[in-house]
Write a protein that binds this ligand. Structure first.
Ligand code: ATR
Length: 480
């Protein structure tokens, strides 16, 4: 399509796979889309392959790009996260006018988004940091979109973003999240939850394989079956597909010829680092990040192979029963991972004054994104019934689900320990549950130790105030 004058509804700059697919998604939804990429080759490749899908405006320079847009101008940046994003924002702010809107749809760290939003706002423009989940397919057919920024800028871009997002039960998987970096923060935690979800599925697979000696095809059958119940989700569905895939070269299940060293791009690590700063125990996500790191320590693992396992227990005699135990353990652990992720979101919201609404997040994660699952409807309902839930596990539905699963969960973790099968996420989730529900934790001892060596004082169960025991003197208690 040729040059239309200043009438494009939105511009997309950065036309690698994600950017191209989002641009096509806008065009397929009836919007006129101005296209820009640093090098013209990607723009032309997109137009050659998909130029007939809608109304596109080809531009070569940033000036031409900006001139092609109706006012207030809306530009979606889809370039590499980091310095490239800063460079493009700089160019755009110089060329755009007050009132125009820059949307960063890249995978930015939320602290960068907070900084960029303030800088762009200071120059009279609006900045929307939008987390976009769903990968290439989502970008084209409907992602889950998490836009953060001022309410005013959402008014101008919200309906467009909502119309290209996935739709579930007539509701778009996109809503205004909150101010400045909140959209990218929430996207980060979403990715952390995705790590936990994948690790838990991995542990379930490991148990089915090594405790029950099932082959990949049989395990695929188990996951297919699980996908018809509470665990129904995109990740469980693709797990079954992956396990059914046969390697053309060897005739073996593909999963058995893939190197067992998981990689990561870093969003899981970001989630855990942020949780550490906020003081929120996201043990499921952390175990998932560490499990990937451990799997990738190939030299260490090679050196450690053959270390003693100790006495090993018998494998479960009743395979059907143990399979059901694993299913329940997986479900309970998954609830814990989400409960922890939502705790982190609440803490981030309080720390940055974002006023986030957890129920909205569950709603927009129901479609488009990697963690989409039937389960998210239950989370949505839980927060609808009680917006200030102290923990997701206290919502009646989840409380009941965990209580129903807890015996199985203990059997799975103890069997895994006895058989020497690592289940870091299953086990730490169970410990988290036991710690949270405990009447007395050993933290009283920790407080006494801290008071002993550092005069850090402690509180008493029976009296107000802070106290100190003169450990190195007469051992009498004094007000702290
Ligand atoms: P992918 O991993 O899918 O390739 P990416 O690396 O996140 O995507 O983003 C690549 C995009 O960022 C490309 O459109 C690239 O432009 P070129 O096609 O010209 O390489 C763009 N990009 C990277 N650095 C950039 C910069 N400093 N200024 C402008 N665009 C940049």
């Amino acid at each position: 399509m040729g040059f239309h004058g200043a009438n494009a509804h939105i511009g997309v700059t950065g036309l690698a796979v994600m950017g191209s697919n989002i641009a096509r998604n806008f065009a397929r939804n009836g919007y006129t889309v101005a296209l820009h990429n640093r090098s013209i080759a990607k723009t032309d490749a997109l137009l050659a392959a998909h130029g007939d899908e809608g109304r596109f405006v080809r531009t070569e320079t940033i000036e031409e790009f900006v001139a092609a847009l109706e006012k207030p101008r809306r530009v979606l940046i889809m370039v590499q996260a980091g310095e490239a994003t800063d460079a493009v924002i700089e160019e755009l702010t110089a060329a755009m006018e007050p009132g125009d809107i820059i949307i960063d749809g890249g995978n930015a760290h939320y602290t960068d988004t907070i900084r960029r939003e303030a800088a762009v706002r200071a120059r009279g423009l609006n900045f929307v940091g939008a987390g976009i989940s769903g990968g290439e397919e989502g970008a084209l057919h409907g992602p889950s979109i998490m836009p953060g920024g001022s309410a005013e800028s959402y008014k101008s871009v919200g309906s467009m973003l909502e119309s290209i997002a996935a739709q579930v039960d007539g509701a778009p998987c996109c809503t205004h999240i909150g101010p400045d970096g909140s959209g990218h923060f929430v996207k980060m935690v979403h990715n952390g939850i995705e790590y936990a979800d994948m690790q838990l599925i991995g542990e379930a697979y490991h148990l089915l394989r090594d405790a029950l000696d099932l082959d990949a095809e049989r395990i695929a059958g188990v996951f297919t079956e699980w996908n018809t119940g509470d665990l129904e989700s995109y990740l469980v569905e693709i797990t079954a597909e992956v396990l059914n895939q046969v390697d053309a070269l060897t005739g073996k299940p593909l999963v058995d010829v893939i190197v067992d060293a998981a990689e990561q791009k870093g969003t899981g690590r970001w989630t855990v680092a942020s949780a550490l700063e906020l003081g929120i125990p996201v043990t499921g996500i952390a175990e998932a990040v560490f499990a990937r790191a451990l799997s990738g320590s190939r030299a260490q693992r090679r050196a450690a192979q053959g270390l003693a396992s100790g006495a090993s227990a018998d494998k479960p005699a009743d395979a059907a029963r143990f399979t059901e135990d694993i299913r329940r353990a997986l479900y309970a652990s998954k609830i814990i991972a989400y409960a922890q992720g939502f705790d982190q979101i609440a803490a981030g919201s309080a720390e940055f004054d974002w006023n986030l609404r957890p129920g909205d997040l569950a709603t927009i994660w129901r479609g488009g994104c990697i963690i989409r699952a039937r389960f998210l409807n239950r989370i949505k309902e839980a927060y609808e019934q009680q917006p200030d839930l102290p923990s997701l596990i206290l919502a009646p539905y989840f409380r009941e689900a965990i209580e129903h699963a807890v015996d199985s969960w203990r059997r799975v973790v103890s069997t895994a320990v006895l058989l020497g099968i690592p289940v870091p996420a299953f086990a730490s989730s169970l410990s988290y549950y036991d710690a949270l529900r405990a009447e007395r934790l050993p933290a009283a001892l920790t407080q006494a130790q801290r008071d002993y060596f550092g005069v850090h004082t402690y509180e008493r169960v029976d009296r107000e105030g802070k106290f100190h025991t003169r450990w190195n003197g007469d051992r009498r208690e004094v007000p702290g």
